[in-house]
Design a protein around this ligand. Structure first.
Ligand code: CMC
Length: 374
């Protein structure tokens, strides 16, 4: 067999450095956005500040933040064609919120006169538009699913509060807003994860931002990536009660089933984001009551068994499931909320990739048959 390269092979590109980025650094127990540690950002920065940091590259001053927030608020409303599309497809048989979101983001490219323009100025504008429009898509979709009239954005509310408002038509508490705001910051960016890498591969061909984001949403949906936050909660609901955890886990281990929300390609000693969200989510659940804390009790027992028996830690998707459930967010919207956050990281990476003007095109080692005659 012939090989064309001496480069090391890797299953799933594990451990391969596939390029450079100035946006984010991921290491054991360490996650840094443009030089700022994630625990510092989770404690001190609101999501809009984090979004500005990722997209523009520095911490905003008060005037920059205010202008950025105003710009986002101004982009929240969708073209009527997109609203009609959401109404049409959200209740289609088998409709999955991540698919609805992907379709509408792709469709929005059609309405954007700058869609084909991949200059930094045009892409900064498109980043802000997508950041503003994605919560509106999620909100409208949920309104249609719930059979209520479309809830328009509330320009007086910040990003996280407006997202919750549009989904429910009810003003969220300060506590729910804070928890969702921090979750968005934790989810915003994560270097060359699968969806971001997908967006960079698409952008690497000089394709447009809406196309690259559409591909990224498709990649995030998978249960081994962003879809794990929904699957983690589905699993806890299936377990049902603390007293069922032992038998559920014994059966999962016997059948070699994956426990969703555990394990990570990079973090082998734990995902730094998970305990931050777990603590916030549990605190919020305790104020809500036993129906909310119950799922943390179940989840903590699952977590203890995974650590004791497999030495596998939870990733951020595990506490996310319990936390969003406590806040009353419908499970099929957990991954769309991940999109509402990760759109910032994706757009920053698409800008960075377009600036390199470099195609991403690795090579494969051929392992198929040779020298056949037709
Ligand atoms: N449950 C049970 N066993 C696991 C799990 C898990 N969640 N994760 C890893 N393992 C085992 C795996 O079976 C393998 O065992 P063995 O060596 O005996 O075959 C070993 O640990 C190594 O796992 P791997 O799948 O080869 O590791 P990877 O780096 O290729 O995969 C992963 C990482 C995230 C895909 C994997 O841990 C997984 O499937 N986790 C469940 C899905 C999940 O929670 N995804 C979210 C990822 S992080 C946040 C995000 O992107 O949203």
């Amino acid at each position: 067999m012939t090989t064309t390269t001496a480069a090391p092979k890797s299953q799933g590109l594990a451990g391969v450095t596939a390029g450079e980025t100035a946006i984010c650094s991921v290491g054991q127990g360490k996650l840094v956005y443009r030089g700022y540690a994630i625990d510092d950002l989770a404690e001190h920065a609101c999501f809009e500040e984090t979004a500005f940091l990722l997209l523009v590259g520095h911490k905003p001053d008060a005037a920059e933040l205010s202008a950025f927030k105003d710009e986002i608020v101004g982009y929240r409303r969708l073209p009527v064609g997109a609203v009609n599309l959401i109404k049409e497809i959200s209740k289609a048989p088998g409709a999955v919120p991540m698919d609805v979101l992907r379709t509408v983001v792709s469709y929005l490219g059609q309405f954007d006169p700058n869609c084909q323009d991949i200059s930094p100025a045009a892409e900064q504008t498109k980043s802000r538009q997508l950041l503003a429009q994605i919560p509106t898509i999620i909100g409208h979709m949920q309104n249609v699913i719930d059979g209520r009239d479309i809830v328009e954005p509330d320009d007086s509310l910040g990003h996280a509060a407006n997202l919750l408002w549009m989904m429910t038509g009810q003003k969220p508490s300060d506590e729910s807003t804070k928890v969702v705001d921090v979750s968005l910051t934790l989810y915003a960016e994560h270097d060359f994860n699968a969806s971001t890498f997908a967006s960079r591969v698409i952008a690497g061909t000089n394709a447009d931002m809406h196309g690259a984001v559409t591909g990224a949403i498709a990649a995030l949906k998978g249960p081994l990536h962003g879809g794990a936050n929904e699957k983690a909660m589905d699993m806890l609901l299936e377990v049902g009660a603390v007293e069922n955890v032992d038998s559920y886990m014994a059966n999962a281990f016997a059948t070699k089933a994956k426990i969703m929300g555990f394990g990570h390609r990079v973090y082998k000693q734990g995902d730094h984001r998970a305990p931050i969200l777990h603590a916030l989510g549990r605190e919020a659940a305790e104020k809500i009551g036993p129906e909310a804390t119950k799922w943390f009790d179940v989840g903590e027992k699952v977590q203890k068994i995974m650590l004791d028996e497999k030495d596998i830690h939870p990733n951020v998707d595990f506490p996310c499931g319990m936390t969003y459930y406590a806040l009353g967010i419908p499970v099929p919207q957990y991954t769309p909320l991940f999109v509402a956050a990760r759109i910032t990281g994706w757009c920053a990476h698409i800008l960075e990739q377009h600036a390199t003007q470099k195609l991403i095109r690795p090579i494969a080692e051929y392992v198929g048959p040779e020298n056949l005659k037709w």
